[in-house]
Design a protein around this ligand. Structure first.
Ligand code: CMC
Length: 428
């Protein structure tokens, strides 16, 4: 018999259907509650609200499980490539060899961006934050590829927009980096796979042939896979809600990039390194900084610690920590900041404040150390997160469209003034 929840409000009992997900999680469907009772639910920050039914990513924050389309993140990070994972997220299953070749071929055909887009780079101040540049550039793509504005695109048209979005993003991200250096842009080359092409445009030079180290290609694939999706987080929910008004893919992804920028979300990877550098400059006294993080009168938080959903450990952080050790060793990098990070983690994991609140290192705690070792400047870190998260945003946008979800529009409880009469200016 189907499970039913009962809600008693005064003398009235309301029956609400219970929905069970494929991994056994349960939800009470309150979509008809207001019609039945006149009540809405209130959940500031959506801490306990399911906004959609999704078949893309499953995570269990208590057990530290993360799966894309049923495949564990551990297995994908070890065996797969970023572009294969992108296909999996967007189209629902791992590609056959032919599908993968075709996908890679399509992507390589669309990496060039319109030459006029380069004028945006001329307009940005050299030191402007890469995330502001990326969000603007991605939204501007809608001006260059106006077919994306059409409502009711055919499947082929949607797929073309998806390929353009993925392909051109890697070019834009690498050109943002080149702009920050004042170096000439490197054009994409079709002979490379997606990640190698991106690294080539980033670290290549017009003046000499630069070989991209396979260690770096492999590290980058792993990092991008780990960031590729994370169900209904702040930026993904933003992409879905913007897309639900029938906004085009570029505008929707651009909004997601803006949401990711904040230090409580993707911007944490930049904030972590800045924090570690500050602790290093301050003499490396981790106890002092742990005490600051615990002090309620001090706004300082231990960046890279805590997560809205993971209350045991972040499985991505486990993989990244191991990868970080391996990459630094392979590249022969000895980073003092890594030692500070390890000391902070050790102290925090034993401290009752962090234990009681279930605060563990998250994905951003170690990713910045790897990006630093690979030679990326700190303010590029969140852009790299965006490059990784792109397939997830696209998959979620596509799912929302295919499910014909209604426009996202939460309700509120109004707590402001009631019934005031207008007072003329000279009488206020
Ligand atoms: N340092 C010190 N105290 C913390 C921290 C921290 N990093 N995170 C949470 N707390 C405390 C917080 O003060 C609160 O204490 P109390 O119960 O005494 O008031 C308690 O832990 C619960 O915190 P919350 O802010 O209610 O939890 P939340 O689920 O709303 O926030 C979070 C989650 C990720 C925003 C938060 O843990 C945080 O600000 N962490 C640092 C920023 C960070 O690393 N963000 C990256 C998240 S992972 C990447 C991504 O997917 O975006």
């Amino acid at each position: 018999m189907a499970e039913i929840a009962q809600l008693i409000i005064s003398e009235n009992t309301h029956e609400l259907p219970v929905i069970t997900g494929s991994e056994g999680e349960k939800a009470i469907d309150i979509s008809k509650l207001r019609d039945q009772s006149g009540y809405v639910t209130l959940d500031i920050g959506y801490k306990n609200t399911g906004a959609t039914k999704s078949a893309i990513t499953f995570l269990d924050g208590e057990k530290g499980i993360l799966k894309y389309r049923g495949y564990s993140i551990e297995e994908l990070a070890e065996k797969s490539t970023f572009i294969e994972v992108a296909y999996l997220l967007i189209y629902g299953s791992l590609p056959t060899a032919d599908q993968l070749n075709d996908f890679q071929y399509q992507l390589s055909r669309h990496t060039l961006v319109h030459e006029d887009m380069k004028k945006f780079f001329d307009g940005f101040p050299q030191r402007s934050h890469p995330m502001g540049q990326l969000s603007s550039l991605v939204c501007a793509m809608s001006a260059f590829y106006p077919e994306s504005l059409k409502s009711n695109q055919t499947t082929e048209e949607v797929n073309l927009s998806i390929v353009k979005m993925l392909a051109k993003m890697s070019t834009l991200v690498s050109w943002i980096y080149k702009k920050s250096l004042g170096h000439p842009y490197i054009y994409p080359q079709n002979k490379f796979d997606y990640v190698t092409n991106y690294l080539h445009m980033t670290f290549g030079q017009r003046t000499e042939q630069v070989e991209i180290d396979p260690v770096i290609v492999s590290a980058m694939n792993k990092l991008l896979i780990l960031h590729a999706d994370h169900e209904q987080n702040c930026s993904t929910s933003t992409v879905r809600i913007v897309g639900s008004s029938d906004s085009n893919i570029y505008a929707s992804i651009s909004a997601g990039i803006s949401a990711l920028w904040g230090p409580l979300h993707g911007g944490a990877n930049q904030a972590v390194i800045e924090m570690l550098e500050k602790i290093q400059e301050d003499g490396g006294d981790t106890d002092k900084w742990i005490a600051k993080a615990k002090d309620k009168n001090d706004p300082f938080r231990l960046m890279g610690f805590g997560h809205r959903v993971y209350k045991n450990f972040d499985p991505r952080a486990k993989i990244i920590k191991k990868a970080c050790d391996e990459i630094l060793e392979k590249l022969g990098v000895n980073d003092e900041v890594l030692e500070i990070a390890k000391k902070l983690e050790e102290v925090a994991l034993k401290d009752p404040y962090f234990v009681e609140r279930k605060l563990y290192p998250n994905v951003d705690f170690y990713s910045g150390i790897i990006y630093r070792a690979l030679g990326f400047p700190t303010d590029m870190f969140t852009v790299l997160f965006a490059l990784g998260r792109l397939p997830g945003w696209i998959a979620q946008w596509k799912e929302m469209k295919e499910n014909k979800e209604p426009i996202g529009r939460p309700r509120q409880i109004y707590v402001g003034e009631t019934d005031r009469s207008y007072v003329e200016l000279n009488q206020r």
